[in-house]
Design a protein around this ligand. Structure first.
Ligand code: ATP
Ligand code: MG
Length: 447
């Protein structure tokens, strides 16, 4: 992609309204544009990141046996009256009327709708268990939308829902999602710690929030710092097998959000040197809620003996758009964003350090073509600005690798390869630079 033909409205100065680094950097790097309080348009560079995050979420959900669906954003109020939540939900819910005066709402979550779908689509015990998920926009009229996409009003969520015959089955479904979440966040280059959590308006009796530690996070959390070193389950984890031991490893060390924190237990269980009291960003939450929805909504299946059995449910959220901010909070420096390889909007930035120079221009074009042929996504800065500004811009947008092509190097047969995260630069021939990138291949998608 040529930058001269791209849409990348970057800002030189820090926008006054942005209080935290990720919000500042997302505006400055031209990832998003605010359209109303807590409502954002995703620009080309930001959308690429969002889509990379979505892709990882899908791959890990599918691997764990969940099935993707897509439910509408608008829901009938009457559906929510079945569960009793229409009146209970409060002012965060955006309530709408259509031309026939029918009451609708813009979904803040989808337990009722998915229960309705499953109620209609499963009949017998043979049809369970099932886990259905979607990646869909939500609306919550937050009292204080802030920190950009971290606490938006309209935001993108992965919401998944499991249905089982009994509590034991539902707990296994919960464990599958627990493990899938560990893998999902690790693949994005961040560490999200599962912490015991309150169940809130979703209801139920078992819940974990997945928390990225960050001073700018809105949650107060308490954990044993050894939880930071636990190994992430491998890609070949057997989701049909016994996940107990993984769950035990991750839940036996103290980790709790402030809502369920027990100071006496924390002090008793965790050696003083390992006590971590800090703040974090909630990037996901999982719940087991039993028959909370199947009860009032009469979602049942027929058992082998002909009796009716209520479904046991769980729900599993990931803040897809919030993750873009959370990843930046966890990975940036004075120069700008430092994208983890797996979510970066482009793998490589190729910088023509001397605009107007035919030799550097054609060398860049050639290098870009060869990188693209090897499956790398490349942003080629062919614009007509001075080199210093191009370098600052590349650092700001945070692509993992930069290839800088200047006239002096080119005369000597070399280009400069820079790793954004470490700042390390080496001079080498274009061939060697491409070979090096292939070697350290972080290419996510086969070409
Ligand atoms: P919070 O406590 O931050 O308000 P929540 O517990 O109400 O979030 P859930 O119902 O658990 O949110 O939703 C699942 C996920 O959706 C959350 O873990 C979070 O990552 C994301 N999310 C929730 N509210 C917002 C929001 N206003 N803006 C962006 N992402 C959000
Ligand atoms: Mg939550």
């Amino acid at each position: 992609m040529r930058l001269s033909r791209y849409f990348l409205p970057t800002l030189k100065d820090n926008p006054a309204e942005a209080q935290i680094a990720s919000h500042r950097l997302m505006l400055r790097a031209g990832l998003i544009r605010q359209e109303a309080a807590g409502i954002y348009a995703w620009l080309p560079l930001g959308l690429r990141v969002l889509e990379n995050i979505e892709r990882i979420v899908r791959e890990e959900m599918d691997r764990a046996g969940a099935l993707e669906i897509l439910m509408p954003t608008l829901q009938l109020a009457d559906l929510w009256r079945e569960s009793g939540r229409y009146d209970a939900y409060g002012p965060e819910m955006l309530r709408i009327r259509d031309r026939h005066e029918r009451e609708l709402l813009y979904g803040p979550t989808n337990e009722e709708m998915v229960t309705e779908i499953v109620r209609a689509g499963v009949a017998s015990w043979r049809d369970l268990p099932r886990n259905l998920y979607q990646i869909q926009w939500k609306f919550r009229d937050e009292q204080r939308p802030r920190f950009g996409v971290m606490r938006g009003r309209e935001f993108l969520m992965k919401d998944g829902y499991s249905f089982d015959l009994d509590e034991a089955g539902a707990r296994r479904s919960y464990q599958r999602m627990f493990v899938a979440y560990l893998r999902t966040f690790a693949r994005m280059g961040i560490r999200a710690i599962p912490m015991r959590a309150e169940t809130g308006p979703i209801g139920g009796d078992l819940s974990h929030e997945f928390i990225v530690l960050a001073d700018t996070g809105e949650s107060d959390v308490y954990c044993n710092r050894r939880v930071l070193d636990l190994p992430i389950p491998a890609a070949n984890v057997d989701y049909d097998g016994d996940l107990e031991s993984i769950i035990r490893d991750w839940t036996s060390l103290y980790a709790a959000t402030s809502d369920v924190h027990d100071a006496a237990r924390f002090d008793a269980e965790v050696p003083e040197a390992d006590r971590l009291r800090t703040r974090g960003i909630e990037v996901g939450q999982i719940f087991y809620f039993g028959t909370k929805y199947s009860d009032p909504m009469r979602a049942v299946v027929t058992m082998p003996d002909g009796s009716a059995r209520k479904l046991h449910g769980g729900s599993y959220g990931i803040g897809v758009s919030r993750l873009v901010g959370a990843i930046i909070e966890a990975s940036h420096d004075e120069g700008g964003i430092v994208w983890p390889d797996a979510v970066a909007p482009f793998d490589v930035g190729v910088v023509d350090a001397k605009s107007g120079d035919e030799a550097t221009a054609s060398a860049c074009t050639h290098i870009v073509a060869r990188l693209e042929a090897k499956g790398f996504s490349v942003l080629h800065d062919d614009t007509d600005v001075r080199a210093g500004a191009k370098f600052a811009n590349m650092d700001l947008i945070g692509l993992p690798w930069q290839v800088v092509v200047g006239p002096r190097g080119l005369a000597a047969g070399t280009v400069e390869l820079k790793r954004r995260a470490s700042g390390e630069r080496i001079e080498l021939t274009p061939d060697a630079a491409i070979a090096r990138l292939v070697e350290t291949r972080m290419v996510r998608k086969p070409a």
